[in-house]
Write a protein of this length. Sequence first.
Length: 276
Amino acid sequence: MFDEIVGSSEPLRRVLTQVAKVAATDSTVLILGETGTGKEMIARAIHRRSKRSNRAFICVNCAAIPPSLIASELFGHEKGAFTGATQRRLGRFELADGGTIFLDEIGELPGETQSTLLRVLQEREFERVGGSQSVAVDVRVLSATNRDLRAAVEAGTFRQDLFYRLNVFPIHMPSLRERMDDIPLLVEYLIDHYGKKVGKKIRNIDKKTLQLFQDYKWPGNIRELQNVIERSVVLCDSDTFSIDETWLKRDLPHGSAQLHTRLRGLGRLTRRKQGK
């Protein structure tokens, strides 16, 4: 385990080696990868191993904030800057001063806000919305996206100069499909984690269930695995962990007689447990 990042596969080891090296610096990091691969956990691991670890770690999901409010959210606003601005409000960058700010879903940032962010990265200063005085900040910027930013640059929806400022040290998070060797460790860790949350002691893992996990493609990556295991733990009525095969069956590879045999066997096991 590395800051609750569980696994020992070669793709994950390469990522953690990069994390260990870049954390000690003040370099800007761009974390790339599919949704649900754990990009925020990597950002937190970088912060915890940096010289800023005793200062704030501020996380912002750029896709979750309306475009009309993102500038105020990031850079703050002055009293009277717009309707409803009854007092000065500090933005996330000021709150992160001396620490780290993590801009998740950076590819969703509106064009106007991209320009302001570029200035922060270049000059380490900005102006609050409705203000005219520059505010200096000392913030390390980490960002993440599941989008192809190079394609966005070519399409004209993302500034090229901002992309190069963010892409100083890129880290690519592997999908769960690329690190299938980690599934047994992840399953064991997550069963224990969710078991403690609901007060259940699960001692065994059904082998067919584990095989089912390893045969599945996991389009939602670690987040999907977490959801399936939490749901299964809640429903589990014995000390042996198993799942309902229908949760994953739809996306399994077709044409494998051996696989369908395993599924039928798991179904019998599940029905026996439900009959208790």
